[in-house]
Design a protein around this ligand. Structure first.
Ligand code: GLN
Length: 447
């Protein structure tokens, strides 16, 4: 904890990672030391963890990096926060993010636009950019992020760390501020696959407080680390290895595939034919759900409230105009549009149908292979400001990560070398529902 706090002290001015640092962390570490000396054994006893600022940790702020929640302090623990505490972990602070988790660069944050520790002129990715940067800059050995369309895996790739989005329903969303409820999932960002497995052991499992949480037999994920991969069937989807793919990224990902082959995996080409529709489908469904979820920020209860409104409607309007940034407003407008009468059938209902087709692509593929390998991102970390003027360019950043959330399957990004600028590249593994064990097996074989 001391070493992490020291790194935060010396690096946070430049990197802008933490919205809030837990002032109790050192005291909690002292008591963890005492517990350990009394023989207590817990999986994360005394380990500092950074938590994305859309996950409630009682007594700390939950701002979602938005002006709307700038003064909100959590009054209860998210289930994942409870589980971290029960495992002995110490929340070291609340990590910055894209506002309400909408973005791929961490640059839509109201404050604390996090920089990439590998090159501070570049973005850390997003929306869990603060969580990934915290791990990469050794401000915490592990972090929690949330992933709606790539927000754990893309920043993990940009920051050279491991990021795991679990199967939908595996980790409780209770206490996670909702962006798109049918896509959101909390997961770990760590230095190694083994650490991701350890974190998943702690946070996964059924929770009564989340109606979409699934009851399932939780394996010991750490038992899959380093497990033999002979005979593991690996699919390479041709739709992800297209002609225009950055050659360095292709080369490094294929080097990872070679490593799997050398250890006895069987590699084959597969097809996920509806891949082309993922971006459009995601940005209809995610914005529709967001427009509904964000209706609660009305200035009445716990949010920012504008001063001097003339009546109730004026108060709602000015509060929301001031409280939300441009990207959040864009999503609310898009989402409201696709849900409005006359457009619902043309856009929203159609997107739901395509979502089913995308999910079936994976079902089909996983009857033939155990894991799928793709690049995590089409590029490595881009410069701050680079894609700010073109929302569409920013949305295309997610092209390789979105399908995973639409299908509800698990996905993991692991580092696989550097590009010619010395920036990290991510290799993505997809698995079947509850196939986290296969991802951990394959991921630890490449590491
Ligand atoms: N970048 C995607 C978006 O802006 C994904 C975000 C996320 O996974 N939270 O919606």
């Amino acid at each position: 904890v001391e070493a992490c706090l020291e790194n935060i002290r010396t690096k946070d001015d430049q990197l802008q990672v933490f919205n809030q640092v837990n002032e109790q962390a050192l005291a909690e570490a002292t008591s963890a030391d005492k517990r350990r000396s009394l023989g207590e054994k817990l999986p994360l006893l005394g380990i500092p963890i950074a938590v994305k600022d859309n996950i409630n940790v009682k007594g700390l702020a939950t701002t979602c990096s938005s002006r709307m929640l700038a003064n909100y302090t959590a009054i209860y623990d998210a289930t994942v926060a409870t589980r971290l505490r029960e495992a002995g972990a110490i929340v070291i602070g609340k990590a910055s993010m894209d506002e309400f988790a909408m973005g791929s660069s961490n640059q839509t944050a109201f404050q604390k636009q996090t920089r990439n520790p590998w090159d501070p002129t570049r973005v850390p990715g997003g929306s869990s950019g603060g969580s990934a940067a915290a791990v990469a800059a050794r401000m915490a050995p592990a972090a929690l992020g949330s992933d709606t369309g790539g927000s754990i895996r893309q920043p993990a790739a940009f920051c050279g760390v491991v990021g795991l989005k679990p199967t939908y329903g595996t980790v409780s969303r209770f206490g996670l501020v909702a962006f798109a409820s049918s896509l959101d999932q909390i997961g770990p960002i760590t230095h190694s696959v083994a650490d991701a497995a350890l974190m998943l052991n702690v946070i996964a499992g059924h929770d009564h407080n989340d109606s979409t949480s699934l009851a399932f037999d939780k394996p010991d994920y750490t038992s899959c680390v380093g497990k033999d991969i002979a005979g593991l069937r690996v699919g390479l989807p041709r739709e992800y290895f297209i002609e225009g793919l950055n050659p360095t990224i292709r080369r490094q990902v294929m080097a990872g595939v070679e490593a799997l082959k050398e250890q006895g995996a069987i590699v084959k080409e597969i097809s996920l034919p509806h891949t082309d529709y993922a971006v459009a489908t995601y940005y209809i469904i995610a914005t529709a759900e967001a427009s509904s979820n964000l209706a609660r920020y009305d200035g009445v209860r716990y949010t920012h409230r504008s001063e001097g409104a003339t009546d109730l409607i004026d108060m709602y309007t000015t509060t929301r105009s001031q409280g939300f940034g441009p990207e959040v407003k864009r999503r609310i407008m898009l989402g409201t549009y696709v849900l409005s009468s006359g457009y619902y059938d043309a856009y929203y209902r159609k997107a739901q149908k395509v979502r089913t087709l995308i999910a079936r692509d994976f079902q089909q593929a996983f009857s033939d292979v155990d894991v799928i390998v793709t690049p995590t991102t089409p590029s490595t970390a881009f410069a701050c400001g680079e894609k700010n003027t073109s929302p569409l360019d920013m949305y295309l950043e997610d092209i390789f990560t979105l399908s995973c959330n639409l299908a509800g399957i698990p996905g993991m990004s692991i580092p696989c070398g550097l590009d010619e600028k010395g920036l990290p590249i991510g290799l993505q593994l997809y698995g079947r529902h509850f196939g986290e064990g296969d991802l951990i097996r394959a991921g630890s074989a490449i590491e």
